[in-house]
Design a protein around this ligand. Structure first.
Ligand SMILES: CC(C)(COP(=O)(O)OP(=O)(O)OC[C@H]1O[C@@H](n2cnc3c(N)ncnc32)[C@H](O)[C@@H]1OP(=O)(O)O)[C@@H](O)C(=O)NCCC(=O)NCCS
Length: 167
């Protein structure tokens, strides 16, 4: 690669770029079941649920001042007994996939989460998504469930595989 990639906590100033990356996948792939792209204002509301410390964080990977990807940990479900579980997500800019940036992001995210008293991480992957399955398995997730045809996007149904790992 040769170019230095830095992983750090996201700030509000990153949100327009994060929206741009995520909106690309909303519009072009079933990876997320959002259908409409977000405005920056909507994504700022989303970002308000995260903090630089604690269980719910957004990290970005940056190279020469350009954000190339992001990973975050969020509340799995709102009921309090789920507080020791997080759902993790990861999206690299389309021009920056397959270069190890996702691996850097997830390594930093799970390192950051290690001291937060969490017990499980879960991730839902719309199938097929070879790269996402590969990176989750690399980070110790194993597939525990397949929900069939639970999402409808682009005029067809999609299966979602659920993965989990210990923290
Ligand atoms: C999924 C994603 C985050 C992985 O990050 P990445 O930077 O591309 O992945 P890396 O280069 O760090 O590689 C991680 C693993 O994925 C594999 N991989 C990467 N791209 C791949 C591809 N196109 N097809 C198959 N495997 C792939 C790598 O070989 C590597 O596997 P290994 O650890 O067994 O060697 C990234 O590809 C991405 O943003 N994809 C589009 C958005 C998306 O689908 N997000 C996940 C939603 S659930």
């Amino acid at each position: 690669m040769g170019i230095e990639i830095r992983v750090r906590a996201a700030t509000e100033a990153d949100v327009p770029r994060l929206a741009e990356i995520y909106n690309h996948y909303i519009v072009t792939t079933p990876a997320t079941f959002d259908i409409e792209p977000y405005t920056v204002a909507e994504r700022l509301e989303w970002f308000a649920h995260y903090a630089p410390a604690g269980p719910h964080r957004v990290l970005v990977a940056e190279s020469e001042g350009v954000v190339l990807g992001s990973a975050w940990s969020s509340s799995f479900r709102p009921k309090r007994a789920y507080e020791t579980t997080v759902e993790t997500s990861i999206y690299c800019a389309p021009e920056a996939t397959g270069r190890g940036i996702g691996t850097l992001l997830y390594a930093a995210l799970f390192e950051a989460l290690a001291g937060e008293g969490l017990h499980r991480a879960v991730a839902g992957i719309t199938l097929p998504n070879e790269a996402s399955v590969a990176i989750h398995e690399r980070f110790g997730f194993r597939r525990v469930a397949l929900l069939s045809e639970v999402g409808r996007k682009f005029g067809r149904y999609w299966d979602v595989a659920w993965f989990e790992r210990e923290l």
